[in-house]
Design a protein around this ligand. Structure first.
Ligand code: NAG
Ligand code: NAG
Ligand code: NAG
Ligand code: NAG
Ligand code: NAG
Length: 337
């Protein structure tokens, strides 16, 4: 993929990249109210964007054409909704529980996985709890396991492992428990594995927020367990960070490039399968993409080779910019396939 607009000044590793901050192709398509941490997103078959919120236990539907957001569901007895993944057509799993910035960690006993069955073209939906996960501390990134229907893989960023959860039966187990998933215990936030994304075939890609690997992949057996060793694509980010935060969640394109967000480092970085990283937008100066938490490609067919990448933000809540916290946003950026 090539970036739609040539970034005027290409950035060299380990140099501040302020020149790329105001990427001309970035479009703000929706802004939530101030102090709304948009944490993750999934794209519906109709092109609408489901977003999850930290600080309110909510899932919202954003229409990127009409620029309208509507509340889909508010979960009971929880502070936040984090990971989201489509596990069957229009059936989404979400992780719900308690994590907050002031506390800086999650609360064991607060976490559960819920299943949200939507219906295209209709208002009605069905929501049910799949299971509690009592030992979980911070359920975070999520992706569907392509080899088992209705099954989600969900990372626990504090325990540093990945659960496998069946969205309908609620049966769950630990699928992956590896040193590369563990958090850096001396970092600003105790967050290890963060984004996890299946390539739709045999590999699971993941990031680690505060220590190597920045980006890695592991081959999976059909049941979601490891079928081989972890392959590090890039151990550390080559770009300046805030508080040492190198990676949040990311989107994979069909060529295997990862488009990585980096709250609180406020950058969008493209990493090729051989580990070449380029700064696409944002940067540690915080003027754009304040608190970018996750990205996802639009799933409609590309137009003339172009595809839209959606990026969500928390408006800088984790590390307030000098210019002040703003509402969490949904950005769109057209990139070439
Ligand atoms: C999680 O937060 C909610 C909302 O504040 C609260 O009602 C619930 O008791 C908390 N759960 C735990 C296990 O602390
Ligand atoms: C863990 O975080 C600390 C504090 O930011 C940092 O100095 C250290 O290099 C990190 N450890 C690794 C292995 O990256
Ligand atoms: C998953 O599959 C692998 C390889 O086929 C096998 O070795 C392993 O025992 C299976 N794990 C479980 C929990 O069934
Ligand atoms: C990395 O990607 C950039 C931008 O596409 C390119 O200019 C550069 O040559 C690549 N570097 C390597 C080592 O492949
Ligand atoms: C948004 O909230 C922050 C506090 O987090 C506050 O400093 C800022 O002034 C608010 N901005 C607006 C436009 O209300």
């Amino acid at each position: 993929m090539h970036i739609n607009f040539i970034v005027a000044f290409l950035c060299l590793a380990a140099q501040p990249c302020i020149s790329a901050a105001s990427h001309p192709g970035l479009r703000n398509i929706y802004e939530f109210s101030n102090e709304t941490w948009v944490e993750n997103l999934a794209i519906r078959a109709n092109g609408n964007i489901l977003t999850t919120i930290i600080g309110k236990p909510e899932v919202w539907n954003v229409d990127p054409i009409a620029h309208i957001a509507t509340l889909v569901y508010r979960f009971p007895d929880a502070e936040s909704v984090t990971g989201i993944a489509e596990v069957s057509p229009d059936v989404f799993c979400v992780a719900v529980g308690n994590w907050s910035v002031p506390r800086g960690t999650g609360i064991p006993g607060s976490w559960s996985v819920w299943t949200l069955q939507l219906h295209l073209g209709q208002e009605k939906f069905h929501v049910q709890k799949a299971t509690d996960i009592p030992h979980a501390v911070f359920l975070n990134g999520m992706t569907a396991l392509p080899t088992e229907p209705y099954t989600a893989l969900i990372g626990d960023s504090v325990l540093g492992l990945i659960y496998k959860v069946h969205a309908l039966t609620g049966v769950y187990s630990t699928a992956l428990d590896l040193p590369e998933l563990r958090p850096n215990l001396t970092a600003a936030f105790v967050l290890g594995v963060n984004g996890i994304q299946s390539d739709g075939h045999h590999f699971l890609y993941f990031t680690n927020s505060f220590q190597p690997p920045f980006l890695a992949r592991i081959p999976l057996a059909a049941n979601g367990s490891a079928a081989g060793p972890v392959h590090t694509i890039l151990a550390r980010t080559p770009f300046p960070t805030n508080l040492g935060g190198q990676a949040d969640d990311f989107a994979l394109d069909t060529a295997g490039n990862a488009w990585m967000t980096g709250d609180p480092s406020n950058y969008l970085v493209k990493v090729t399968p051989d580990g070449n990283a380029t700064l696409v937008a944002g940067g540690s100066d915080m003027s754009v993409l304040a608190g970018d938490t996750a990205a996802h490609f639009d799933r409609r067919p590309g137009r003339g080779g172009r595809k839209t990448l959606y990026v969500v933000t928390n408006g800088g809540i984790a590390l307030p910019p000098v210019s002040g916290v703003v509402g969490g946003k949904v950005y769109a950026l057209d990139v070439w396939e």
